[in-house]
Design a protein around this ligand. Structure first.
Ligand SMILES: [Zn+2]
Ligand SMILES: [Zn+2]
Length: 336
């Protein structure tokens, strides 16, 4: 089968690799759509030390074409999406409903072969059927939505809360939508004007702030005089983490989802003096089904985030262009 294979920094090959064989508890998917995300680009740029050759791709949809002997609930030609964290099912975290924290987990597209290939073997319990009204491209975007959904719902009651979302990339824009669905007043922050424009035009955020051109602290004084009730950091940089601590009101909550590539130096006195509650949010757990339901009910718009599409044979160009972060790009999808 054809696969887009990462062999080293900025090097991909579109080559033939052996078609995977399924185990008794797995299904084989014929891949239809795959999203490229920041993690994939980080790997592509050589920023993660993973064994090569590696087939990336952890945001995907496809069709069930083979079913393992122990698998029930699926039939051939089911249209599906799937989770990418394969947890052990036995450890303390798995048994206490936190499979996303499993220390023995392996991730499809990182430690395990990913979806940038014609076929993917995947444990059936990680697979979810797509309702007829969802396209394969939308199916590939359930994963980033589930990240946003999970983080938003860690925050508890969102009604009427003034919430700042720092970073308006795909996950940030999805977070805006999920938060607003729950009755929050959303303030979207970024330095890329086209991302803010879409958040504003689509009314995903109630307010948008370009924090390169505007002083967020000053703008917030009019919206939330005491500061934000909650801030989400969806960038992964020291400056934006610091900003989140700074603009959150005393006793407020900060959620960090950004992937920090280097150790950061930040002023922890903001946490101490303001009695901030700071939480991490890592991938997701039990968030695929509600995410699919939100899209099926047309409460979340995934389509508008897809700005760039490529065919599988143009996958190498897709990565090169996506890694440049230009052309008003939000989400890149590769279709097989
Ligand atoms: Zn991703
Ligand atoms: Zn485990």
């Amino acid at each position: 089968m054809k696969s887009i294979v990462y062999t080293g920094p900025k090097t991909l090959k579109y080559i033939n690799v052996p078609k995977p064989r399924i185990k008794a508890h797995e299904v084989l998917l014929k891949i239809k759509s795959v999203g490229i995300c920041g993690t994939d680009l980080h790997i592509y740029n050589g920023g993660m030390n993973l064994p090569t050759p590696l087939t990336m791709g952890h945001e995907f949809s496809g069709i069930v074409v083979e079913i393992g002997s122990q698998v029930q609930n699926f039939k051939i030609n089911d249209r599906v999406t799937g989770e990418h964290v394969v947890s052990c099912g036995k450890c303390y975290y798995c048994l206490s409903g936190k499979p996303n924290l499993c220390p023995n987990s392996k991730v499809i597209g990182l430690q395990l072969p990913g979806a940038l290939a014609e076929y993917l073997a995947i444990p059936a319990h990680l697979v979810y059927k797509l309702p007829a009204q969802l396209s394969f491209e939308e199916g590939a975007m359930i994963e980033p939505l589930s990240i946003a959904y999970y983080a938003a719902h860690k925050a508890g009651s969102l009604l009427d809360k003034k919430i700042v979302v720092i970073g308006q990339g795909p996950v940030g824009l999805l977070l805006d939508q999920v938060l607003q669905q729950s009755g929050a007043v959303v303030i979207g922050v970024d330095i890329a004007s086209w991302r803010l424009q879409i958040a504003k035009r689509k009314k995903w955020a109630n307010f948008v702030v370009n924090n390169q051109r505007q002083d967020l602290v000053q703008v917030l004084k009019k919206i939330a005089p005491w500061g934000a009730d909650i801030a989400f950091e969806v960038v992964g940089q020291a400056s934006t983490a610091e900003l989140a601590l700074e603009i959150t009101r005393r006793g407020g909550e900060v959620f960090t989802l950004g992937v920090f590539e280097t150790a950061s130096k930040i002023n922890l006195m903001n946490i101490v003096k303001k009695e901030l509650n700071v939480h991490g949010s890592w991938t997701c757990a039990f968030s695929f089904l509600p995410s699919i339901e939100l899209v099926a009910a047309k409460k979340i718009d995934l389509k508008s985030l897809i700005t760039h599409r490529y065919r599988a044979q143009d996958g190498i160009r897709a990565f090169r262009e996506a890694a440049a972060y230009q052309d008003k790009r939000i989400k890149t999808i590769i279709n097989f």
